[in-house]
Design a protein around this ligand. Structure first.
Ligand SMILES: Nc1ncnc2c1ncn2[C@@H]1O[C@H](COP(=O)(O)OP(=O)(O)OP(=O)(O)O)[C@@H](O)[C@H]1O
Ligand SMILES: [Mg+2]
Length: 226
């Protein structure tokens, strides 16, 4: 969408893989670079609203991102996102898991890049296959420009599955790169969710590591938007 916001969606049919987490913290990282950023929540769970409600606004700056909840739009979603794209540089979309394929498909019609977070488990691998087939359908039928990447979250390369699953993902989806940046499990990510703060705002040594990882992830993801 030339001249309009770039749209990045985070989607997997598997729940609990990091869609909401990275929607928020990637959006905050982008905003800190001086960009106008919106986050659109498509999930009726409204996790983003709940997370940001925990934020101690007296101690911390305003969250630098404007948030919208569009889960009610469905059929007119592409128009709604198109309109929003005229006001921002980047839009990050938090897609719902499993049951609401329709609204996700509508969002992907106008998305530039879909990031598919996954964790190292057989169930997550199976869910990723289903997610990729939805993405491919949208690409074939409506949005040939749609790019996709897979992001491995809560990664531990010391485990057997940790060694096998990245190769399996690459073999299964040869046209969708698996990001080199993988995120280990970090307590500080859970803590930052609990407090409604980005790891950047937490300011302890663990959060610095998480912040570094998120910046690296951000850089790699943005290299696919060029
Ligand atoms: N790298 C990580 N280390 C530790 N905890 C993490 C990490 N990534 C995500 N989490 C935690 O895992 C939980 C699930 O993450 P999140 O809510 O982002 O998943 P989701 O894909 O949006 O789930 P749902 O499909 O239910 O919306 C959260 O409590 C989050 O803080
Ligand atoms: Mg979520």
């Amino acid at each position: 969408m030339a001249g309009l916001a770039k749209i990045i969606a985070l989607f997997n049919k598997k729940g609990g893989v990091g869609k909401t987490t990275y929607t928020l913290w990637l959006a905050a990282t982008t905003a800190r670079m001086g960009k106008r950023v919106a986050v659109v929540e498509l999930d009726s769970q409204e996790s983003i609203r709940d997370i940001l409600a925990e934020r101690d606004v007296e101690e911390h700056n305003e969250f630098p991102v404007t948030t919208y909840n569009y889960h009610q739009y469905d059929k007119s979603l592409a128009d709604k996102l198109g309109e929003l794209a005229t006001h921002f540089d980047y839009i990050f979309i938090d897609c719902p898991p499993s049951e609401k394929e329709e609204i996700t498909a509508r969002a992907l019609e106008v998305t530039d890049l879909v990031v598919v977070p996954t964790i190292v488990s057989k169930q997550s691998l199976l869910a990723t296959k289903v997610a990729m087939s939805l993405i491919n359908n949208v690409r074939i039928n409506v949005n040939p420009e749609l790019k996709s990447v897979i992001f491995i979250n809560e990664y531990d390369k010391r485990t057997l599955l940790g060694q096998v699953i990245p190769d399996e993902l690459e073999a299964e989806f040869p046209e969708t790169p698996v990001l080199k940046t993988k995120m280990p499990s970090r307590q500080v990510i859970k803590k930052s969710e609990y407090m409604g703060l980005s790891p950047h705002e937490m300011g302890d040594s663990d959060s610095k590591l998480a912040e570094k990882d998120i910046k690296k992830l951000h850089k790699e993801i943005f290299s696919y938007l060029k």
